[in-house]
Design a protein around this ligand. Structure first.
Ligand SMILES: *[C@@H]1O[C@H](CO)[C@@H](O)[C@H](O)[C@H]1NC(C)=O
Ligand SMILES: *[C@@H]1O[C@H](CO)[C@@H](O)[C@H](O)[C@H]1NC(C)=O
Ligand SMILES: *[C@@H]1O[C@H](CO)[C@@H](O)[C@H](O)[C@H]1NC(C)=O
Length: 583
């Protein structure tokens, strides 16, 4: 009997130890399969956030106004006229949020510095706000003391309002100097401790949503021209800052300066149709290539120059709406990225479509294409964010082949939901995280040089024109409560397991993470929903979530009584034996 039992155990353990061993053969066409394997030991796992979306304290301690403060205070720009005035109150909750980072055990935290918090008018020569410097100094120090590497974005969309009013912001080339002065101040004050710098977060959004559609601050609708001009100045500003670092700080601080470009992947609708293939390539070039090509290859993508040039001519313009770089500028800009930050959320199918030139200038019609989604894709939680993991692998491979296999950090990747009541059981985010990180692992096996991954985002926050209606967080934030408490969604447990295993060990293990994560959330979710007294809910949550406390509960509730019962039983038996012997 015992022999049989041991045999079963042995068979089981052999079965469990067999990992899917093989050479890397996940073909490009196989979109469904899951790859079990590990990330390199030095791989960096992190989470991200940004200043305007989380800090709140919009007018505290000498902070100047940003274009987002002004934009959100105008009615009718943001969902329900919401603002980021207090948002997550992150400015006051550095310790609380550090605890969340430690719970996840991430190796890095991506955050941004608010330019008007440290230079209220945007002009360094005018005034530096020491309280702002102090805030970021303390934040950086507390991260490092806890062995969390700060990865810092200099521009996450909150331009000082003064620069907008005086110079029309990114429409004006003078931003290059002001941004460079600001960046130089950051290198001077924080560069001894911060080694990972990102100049711009998604300049595409700044250009297109800020100056073409006007959905984002400063809300301009300069269709067909404003976005190209803004992008032109941001590219110049990025390279200027890289040169400043390279010349003045690199030897001393030994850090890196990169940029974060966020893009969707474009897949041809009909892969046998050359027109669709070219349209899909155009889609990515007009988004990612617009910025990456100058920085890596010295100029705008050829296809952008051709298409915008042709359309401009047809529209009777003497020169292209796409500005040009002088040859001096080209060589100055080329090669100014120590690493490439890649942000990615979703994929579109692309088909060719000719727009007649009579439609008037527009970034969107310049591309001559139509975007589609596959009706078979799972219905997204937010209307635009379809989960299409295989697109991520394609994008990463595109980066590798077009820009000479640069060092890549994934700077943003995540899933959002629109929920009116508390929902912590974010099954969809677990699926997304699992799928996308797995495709990233496959891309790395394809040879893409990915060094780190940043889940977007640490917690729910102010989501720009969507206000608080769209939630990207691993942690849920109860915005209606004055204290802005944070609660872990199920995906926190899953991401924790992924980080600690540094990969996907085997089917059983990964399924177990999945199960445990969703089980853990349902109790908390019910509590949060049912509990009317918010503070009570917070206390209960704290108890459930503190591993030490739950461990102690187990000791007092199960172990102690069991041991006592056993002791009594054994004593009784011993006593009986003793009594028998004596009688
Ligand atoms: C937002 O402000 C506009 C303009 O004042 C107003 O018409 C609209 O009703 C407001 N929306 C909400 C949800 O308060
Ligand atoms: C946290 O991460 C570090 C570095 O990867 C590791 O050494 C440590 O064991 C982790 N801690 C926990 C509690 O998993
Ligand atoms: C840039 O700012 C300067 C100084 O205010 C101004 O003279 C110039 O016209 C501006 N250029 C643009 C393109 O707005």
């Amino acid at each position: 009997m015992v022999g049989f039992f041991l045999w079963v155990l042995q068979v089981l353990s052999v079965a469990l130890c067999i990992q899917e061993e093989s050479d890397f053969q996940w073909t490009q066409t196989d979109r469904g399969s899951f790859y079990y394997g590990k990330f390199p030991p030095t791989f960096m796992w992190g989470v991200g956030s940004s200043a305007y979306q989380t800090e709140g304290a919009w007018d505290m301690d000498g902070k100047g106004k940003s274009i987002w403060d002004v934009f959100t205070h105008k009615k009718g720009r943001v969902f329900m006229n919401q603002t980021g005035d207090s948002s997550c109150d992150g400015y006051y909750k550095v310790k609380d949020d550090l605890a969340l980072l430690k719970e996840l055990n991430v190796s890095h935290y991506r955050l941004s510095i608010s330019w008007p918090r440290i230079i209220p008018t945007g002009v360094r020569a005018e005034y530096v706000n020491e309280k702002g410097i102090q805030y970021y100094n303390d934040l950086i120090n507390v991260l490092l003391e806890n062995r969390v590497v700060p990865v810092i974005t200099l521009y996450h969309w909150d331009l000082p309002q003064n620069l907008q009013e005086k110079f029309c912001g990114w429409q004006n080339v003078s931003m290059v100097t002001y941004f460079n002065d600001y960046a130089n101040l950051c290198f001077e004050k924080f560069g001894d401790r911060v080694k990972h710098w990102i100049t711009f977060n998604s300049p595409w959004s700044v250009a297109v949503e800020g100056f073409e559609t006007g959905e984002h601050a400063p809300g301009f609708k300069l269709s067909g021209t404003g976005a190209y001009k803004a992008a032109h100045n941001m590219i110049k500003a990025h390279s200027k800052v890289w040169h400043t670092y390279n010349k003045n700080w690199r030897n001393k601080h030994k850090g890196m300066v990169g940029i974060s470009l966020t893009t969707e992947w474009g897949e041809p609708v009909d892969i046998s149709n050359q027109k669709d293939i070219e349209a899909a390539e155009r889609f990515v070039q007009f988004n990612f290539g617009w910025f990456a090509n100058p920085l890596y290859n010295g100029d705008y993508p050829q296809i952008m120059k051709e298409y915008i040039g042709q359309k401009s001519a047809q529209q009777g313009l003497g020169v292209s709406r796409l500005p040009t770089f002088t040859s001096q500028e080209k060589s100055y800009i080329k090669g100014t990225c120590d690493f490439l930050g890649v942000g990615h959320f979703t994929t579109r199918y692309i088909t060719n479509r000719n727009f007649p030139a009579t439609q008037g200038p527009s970034y969107f019609t310049d591309r001559d294409l139509t975007e589609l989604v596959d009706p078979k894709w799972p219905e997204p939680e937010s209307k635009w964010l379809y989960s299409v993991p295989w697109g991520f692998r394609r994008l990463l491979n595109f980066v590798k082949t077009h820009y000479g296999n640069p060092m890549v950090f994934v700077t943003e990747n995540g899933m959002s939901e629109k929920m009116h009541c508390a929902q912590l059981c974010d099954e969809w985010r677990i699926q997304y995280l699992k799928g996308y990180t797995n495709e990233m692992l496959k891309a790395m096996k394809d040879g893409v040089n990915v060094q780190g991954y940043t889940a977007w985002s640490l917690m729910d926050k102010f989501e720009w024109d969507e206000g608080f209606s769209e939630r990207f967080g691993l942690y849920y934030v109860e915005f209606r409560n004055k204290n802005k408490p944070r609660y872990p969604k199920a995906s926190v447990q899953f991401y924790k397991k992924l980080i600690s295993a540094n990969g996907f060990p085997n089917v059983r293990e990964v399924e177990k993470w999945h199960r445990i994560s969703t089980e853990s959330c349902s109790t908390i979710n019910q509590l949060l929903a049912a509990e009317e007294q918010r503070n009570t809910a917070a206390n209960i949550l704290r108890l459930i979530h503190d591993p030490l406390v739950s461990h102690m509960e187990m000791v007092t509730e199960i172990v102690v009584p069991t041991v006592c019962t056993l002791c009594i039983l054994i004593s009784a038996i011993l006593l009986m034996i003793l009594l028998r012997r004596q009688s």
